[in-house]
Write a protein that binds this ligand. Structure first.
Ligand code: GSH
Length: 230
């Protein structure tokens, strides 16, 4: 890091999107100040100022210049600081990493949130869709330690929700979508992921996360399941 350089992350301790960015910064050994925005409902003035388009965390401030959207922030980190590469150097491999990270982000996470939060016929449909999407990841991870090969890369960081949060939600909600029987390769990746020393250091404690997820999954006063927004 250059002298006098200032890096701040506006995030939230339990957000998989925020933690994606922390993982990338920590992988590169970048020192940063973490600004916790737990109560995002009030759309803090910080978000109005630094991410007026989406008003979402995470936002990275590099010398007071804001960058929003976790996947874009990760690429910025990879290009700005030295250290282990997050994206592959080879252009084809690089585009594939981007492809799978986008697939995880836009397709899998959406379907998995819905599988957790919808009930009845809609819930069954969402579970079916998530199950089909996860089959693609099951194929992609086959024979590899991480999506990035021997080391953690863009897809592993992007899929942190699948590696950690989803298992907790699955236990809480009481359905079995992502199991060893149906997805042996993906579950092996999950085992390796949550037991990896670097990843472990970057994940929120399970008991604290479980408590927050219970609150996020159950709407106050109704007892009904809502879309988790952790
Ligand atoms: N596509 C965004 C998603 C970020 C996101 O959904 N952040 C949530 C917290 S986990 C948020 O700030 N929600 C506040 C809101 O929607 O008002 C990214 O990858 O950074």
């Amino acid at each position: 890091m250059a002298e006098g350089e200032e890096v701040k992350l506006i995030g939230s301790w339990g957000s998989p999107f925020s933690i994606r960015v922390e993982m990338a910064l920590n992988l590169k050994g970048v020192k940063y100040e973490f600004i916790e925005l737990e109560d995002r409902k009030n759309k803090s003035p910080l978000l109005q100022k630094y991410n007026p388009v989406h008003k979402k965390i995470p936002v990275l401030l590099h010398n007071d210049k804001p960058i929003a959207e976790s996947l874009i922030i990760i690429e910025y980190i990879d290009e700005t600081w030295e250290g282990p590469s997050i994206l592959p150097k080879d252009p084809y491999e690089r585009s594939m990493a981007r492809f799978w990270a986008k697939f995880v982000d836009e397709k899998c996470l959406t379907a998995m949130w819905e599988a957790c939060s919808k009930t009845g016929e809609e819930g069954d449909k969402a579970i079916e869709e998530a199950a089909q999407l996860l089959k693609f990841l099951e194929e992609e991870i086959k024979g590899k330690r991480f999506f990035g090969g021997e080391n953690i890369g863009l897809v592993d960081i992007s899929a942190n929700f699948i590696g950690y949060w989803f298992g907790i939600i699955q236990e809480l909600v009481g359905f079995e979508l992502l199991t060893k029987e149906k997805y042996p390769n993906l579950c092996e990746w999950i085992d390796g992921y949550i037991n990896d020393n670097f990843i472990k250091e970057n994940l929120p404690p399970k008991d604290k996360m479980t408590e927050a997820l219970i609150k996020a999954l159950v709407k106050p006063n109704t007892g009904s399941k809502s879309s988790p927004n952790v």
